[in-house]
Design a protein around this ligand. Structure first.
Ligand SMILES: [Zn+2]
Length: 291
């Protein structure tokens, strides 16, 4: 397997984002992980002279439900090739009137309301409790917000993303409940990526593209699939522009956050006698701490 030595930045594409513009693909990595296959091969290559990689979250042909995405395999594989910065792009609904369709949101908080997904690398003999008080990398998120400002793109930051299991959208009562809980936008991915990336000591931030108002807003025209698809296409065009600027931004190379040490006080290993198969399984995640 050929791996670029200086590849550090990866993107996970959500609904509508299955390729990156101006990306010269070099390899398609098929990595076997202890958590199964990744959503698709990991595409590595160059964009504006920088080595990056990309995975379409729902597969190349959008064949995976949000509940079926192999989040642990994706993060494990990205960690194993040396990724330190990860940006997940996803389509969301808005729970607040001032967050309009076609706006971009950089969330800083999560409410995870999913209930049947693998959300941790740990267990079966090795225990860790990482902090999730700030579920996104503050430095990476700040960089994204700065780029959105400089590109004059309508956006919001410091918002709370509610993640539901899906695949159905919320009921009217649920949509109102999430608003009362403090949610600003709502989606079906992101929570597991945020948790697993934190355990893997990878900086992770999210770009949420608003396609519609969730069903709470009865004053709006009823959302049709044509409106959602049209908004999704416009959002993807904007996010491609955003990604171009992210790749060109050198500040992403600095180490101004604590993500890379998130396991340092989280592993409970003083009394531990680990079996070798578990150490092998978690090797890319814990090799810094356990020999
Ligand atoms: Zn970070």
């Amino acid at each position: 397997m050929h791996i670029e030595p200086d590849i550090d930045l990866a993107f996970i594409g959500g609904s509508g984002l299955y390729n990156l513009d101006n990306f010269n693909m070099e390899t398609a990595l098929s990595i076997d992980t202890p958590y199964g296959k990744t959503s698709s091969e990991i595409i590595t290559g160059k964009m504006y002279g920088r080595n990056i990689c990309f995975i379409p979250r729902h597969g190349k042909t959008h064949s995976l439900l949000p509940s079926e995405v192999p989040y642990a395999a994706n993060i494990w594989a990205l960690k194993s090739i040396g990724i330190t910065k990860l940006i997940g792009v996803s389509a969301v609904g808005s729970l607040q009137k001032d967050i309009k369709p076609l706006d971009m949101v950089i969330p800083n908080q999560l409410i995870d309301n999913t209930n049947r997904r693998v959300s941790s690398f740990f267990g079966k003999g090795l225990v860790a409790h990482v902090s999730m008080s700030d579920p996104f990398c503050s430095q990476l998120s700040e960089t994204l917000t700065t780029i959105l400002q400089s590109e004059n793109m309508s956006h919001h930051s410091e918002k709370t993303l509610v993640v539901i299991e899906g695949p159905q959208f919320s009921t009217y009562a649920e949509s109102h409940m999430y608003r009362k809980l403090g949610g600003h936008i709502i989606g079906m991915t992101t929570a597991q990526e945020s948790k697993l990336a934190r355990e893997a000591e990878i900086c992770y931030s999210s770009i949420a593209m608003v396609t519609d108002y969730d069903c709470w807003n009865k004053n709006e025209e009823p959302v049709t699939s044509q409106i959602v698809i049209s908004n999704l296409k416009q959002n993807v065009t904007k996010v491609q522009r955003l990604i171009k600027n992210i790749v060109k931004t050198p500040v992403l190379s600095s180490d101004a956050c604590a993500c890379k040490d998130s396991l340092s006080n989280a592993l409970i290993k003083d009394r531990l006698k680990l079996d070798s198969s578990l150490i092998e399984k978690l090797n890319p995640i814990v090799k810094k701490y356990i020999n």
